[in-house]
Write a protein that binds this ligand. Structure first.
Ligand code: NAD
Length: 483
């Protein structure tokens, strides 16, 4: 492969436009390694002119890309997955450096899920019918055009893949704006796409901040589809701007998911699985089961199990293969999470393990102690707001109806779990949850299924057939006899 060295990637100071690096006239943004607090590289802070060049490249690439056959597009996407597999060690090293994700998950999860998602789009599109009949009409599902895609820092490649896979198989072209905290994985992906043979302009990357670069992308008149993943706060703004331009928009936003253990559920398994799930990526996951709901009479038992699980996690250098929990992405993120732990204590929660203090043996880096807060009431701030760190709130309930009310009692509705030895009963409870995804008696992620949230967790779906429709327009054609 002719990909550049990691050092070159970290010091390129340019955007990826029309199949190559394109210098920016803007200022540089210094990117930090959250474990060492050292600057690892610089990227450009894109301005409106940079965004315009990228969108025009995507727009110019559209006609030829739309003419490609589905088979050609699927072959290219399969080739891209092979290139990504080959580049996995480099991509994983970049993700460990920019996100602070432990090496144990950077390759298998961050990069592995990325290719898993892209391969799922190959499978989905192969079976998808781009033409349908509706009454007397033939419906043609056609690419919507240029998609402007904005992604956060927590799972930088995976969240690009959820949009990119759909865009590529539906023959849309794209401009991505990755998070200013984690831009390098996206720029590396751009090189991998060129290596795989994608035509210039199909995938473009403009780096920069949200309110400047991101908003310029959302506002650009040639962008027909806006696909945003990030906080509910920024999503609200992006949604409003997209509405102003009457653009199709999908929003993948925050979560406050409940891991609901019914009285007959396997508590030990639920807490073991839920603790890992809640602390994956240092708890910086939109689908984290950050609330553990247990029968009141089993609160003490559940608290002990959770304290053992989180207390046993190894916090430290993400490059060390034995590390379970790395740093949070930034000083600001760590302060925010510590503030939430302190607010929980102030409002009457009890710390079963962890706490707001920085780990004593880690003087540098944005580390937070995996923390179990118990005796948490549903109205506490820690039970209502997304903490986005390794913090698990244990909340007791009296009966099943109250458990469902608590589970549904936040502004969010992204993910969740139900545990019961009676699977049919668990499914019935799952149907009562106002949330886009529910796991029953375990945890898994199926990229063929739709992904997205109810309420303030978002609008629209990614992945699955629903995810394809987000990038398609439906054209109904009716033919009448000329005789
Ligand atoms: P964020 O909203 O601060 O930033 C996300 C992206 O949006 C970044 O690229 C940022 O630069 C950009 N942005 C910020 N303000 C913008 C604006 N006004 N206009 C255009 N773009 C703007 O979120 P974050 O801190 O990077 O990510 C964490 C959040 O993302 C959490 O709330 C998490 O739950 C959510 N998230 C959701 C999903 C999902 O699929 N539902 C997945 C991962 C993360």
């Amino acid at each position: 492969m002719s990909l550049r060295s990691i050092d070159e990637v970290l010091h390129q100071r340019g955007h990826w436009i029309d199949g190559r690096l394109s210098p920016s006239s803007g200022q540089d943004i210094a990117v930090e390694n959250p474990a060492s607090e050292q600057v690892i590289g610089q990227v450009a802070d894109g301005d409106a002119a940079d965004v315009d060049r990228a969108v025009r490249a995507a727009h110019d690439a559209l006609p030829a890309w739309r003419e490609s056959t589905l088979d050609e597009r699927l072959a290219l996407l399969t080739r891209l997955c092979d290139v990504l597999d080959e580049d996995c060690p480099q991509l994983a090293a970049i993700i460990t450096a920019e996100v602070g994700a432990p090496a144990a998950i950077a390759g298998p999860a961050h990069v592995g899920f990325t290719t898993g998602i892209l391969r799922a789009f190959v499978e989905l599109a192969r079976d998808f019918s781009f033409t349908a009949t509706a009454g007397s009409a033939t419906v043609f599902y056609e690419p919507i055009g240029v998609a402007g895609c904005i992604t956060p820092w927590n799972l930088p490649l995976i969240l690009i893949a959820q949009k990119l896979g759909a865009a590529l198989v539906t023959a849309c072209t794209t401009v991505f704006k990755p998070s200013e905290l984690t831009p390098f994985s996206a720029l590396r992906l751009a090189e991998c796409m060129a290596e795989a043979g994608y035509p210039p302009g199909v995938f473009n990357v403009v780096t920069g901040y949200g309110p400047s670069t991101g908003e310029a992308l959302v506002r650009h008149p040639l962008v027909r589809k806006v696909s945003f993943t990030g906080s509910t706060r920024a999503g609200r703004r992006v949604g409003a701007l997209a509405a102003d331009g009457v653009k199709r928009v999908s929003l993948e936003l925050g979560g406050k998911s409940a891991n609901l253990v019914l009285p007959d559920g396997d508590l030990a398994q639920a807490v073991a699985t839920g603790s890992q799930q809640a602390c994956f990526n240092a708890g910086q996951s939109c689908i984290a089961w950050s609330r553990l709901l247990v029968p009141a009479e089993r609160l003490a038992e559940a608290t002990d199990l959770a304290a053992d699980a989180l207390g046993g996690m190894r916090v430290g250098d993400p490059a060390d293969p034995g590390t379970d929990v790395g740093p949070l992405v930034s000083a600001q993120a760590a302060e925010r999470v510590r503030g939430y732990i302190a607010s929980g204590i102030e409002q009457g929660a009890r710390v079963a393990v962890g706490g707001p203090e920085r780990p004593a043996d880690l003087p540098r880096g944005h580390f937070v102690r995996p923390t179990v807060l118990t005796d948490v009431r549903p109205d506490m701030t820690v039970a209502q707001e997304e903490i986005f760190g390794p913090v698990l709130c244990v909340i007791p309930y009296r009966d099943e109806d109250e458990a469902v009310v608590i589970a549904n009692g936040t502004p969010y509705g992204l993910h969740g779990a139900v545990w019961s030895r009676d699977e049919q009963h668990a499914l019935a409870v799952a149907r009562r949850l106002e949330t886009g995804m529910v796991n029953v008696n375990g945890y898994g992620f199926d990229p063929l299924a739709p992904f997205g949230g109810y309420k303030q967790s978002g609008v629209g779906r990614e992945m699955g057939v629903d995810g394809l429709h987000e990038f398609l327009e439906a054209k109904a054609v009716q033919c009448y006899s000329t005789r």
